[in-house]
Design a protein around this ligand. Structure first.
Ligand code: CA
Length: 217
């Protein structure tokens, strides 16, 4: 999953990016509203963490502009706790909001929830054959036995599982698994697929030559 964090406060921005990357998300960042809107319109993010008070273009204006074209799930961060502001945020198209200061644990849980709602998956656990994928804990197991994956391998498995039965093109994988700072070496999709096959079983992910990959197709 690839996320965009729009936050002008440098310490908070890097704290959020670090915490989210630690969970296996690819993370792009923007430090003002204009840059944030540009990135949000350019890429299909799985979710956006959006600060309310931003230079150049405030969060709520960014959100209104984005909503003319895209349904990307948006979690708004606000220092305000007034009911009117909450209403403005939710009416403006926010999927959820969090009042500063907040705990990272809560931000992660709320993000997972808005992403889950957007994918139409109602349970945290996706079961494919004898493989269980826990999208809350970010773990994969076979018949209850844990399989150790790297954060990126997990992200690959989750992305394919959320789109089970559908062909996922290499371009979609690149767009959702890697962020703007990733170097080319870490971008080798084939290597990650091959490593996942070694750990989960060679039949779990099917290759469609020249097109992409599919799980449970
Ligand atoms: Ca701010």
């Amino acid at each position: 999953m690839r996320l965009l964090v729009v936050e002008d406060e440098p310490d908070l921005q890097s704290l959020l990016a670090r915490a989210l990357r630690g969970q296996g998300y690819a993370v792009d960042t923007a430090a003002d509203g204009e840059q944030g809107l540009y990135k949000a319109q350019t890429w299909d993010y799985d979710a956006i963490v959006l600060d309310w008070m931003l230079p150049k273009l405030d969060g709520i204006s960014l959100l209104r502009e984005l909503r003319r074209k895209k349904k990307t799930p948006v979690l708004v961060l606000t220092a305000r706790d007034a009911t009117d502001d909450r209403v403005v945020g939710l009416d403006g198209g926010a999927d959820d909001y969090l009042v500063k200061p907040f705990e990272i644990k809560e931000l992660l849980a709320r993000l997972r929830a808005i992403i889950r709602r957007s994918t139409g998956i109602t349970s945290n656990v996706i079961v494919i054959g004898d493989i269980q994928i826990d999208t809350g804990a970010h773990t994969v197991s076979r018949n209850g036995e844990a399989i150790t994956l790297t954060a990126r391998e997990y992200a690959l498995v989750e992305l394919l599982a959320l789109r089970r039965g559908k062909l996922v093109t290499r371009q979609v994988l690149y767009d959702h698994l890697f962020d703007e700072n990733d170097d080319t070496l870490s971008n080798l999709i084939e290597v990650h697929v091959s490593n996942v096959r070694k750990k989960i079983g060679k039949d779990f992910i099917s290759t469609r030559r020249g097109a992409g990959y599919i799980v449970d197709g």
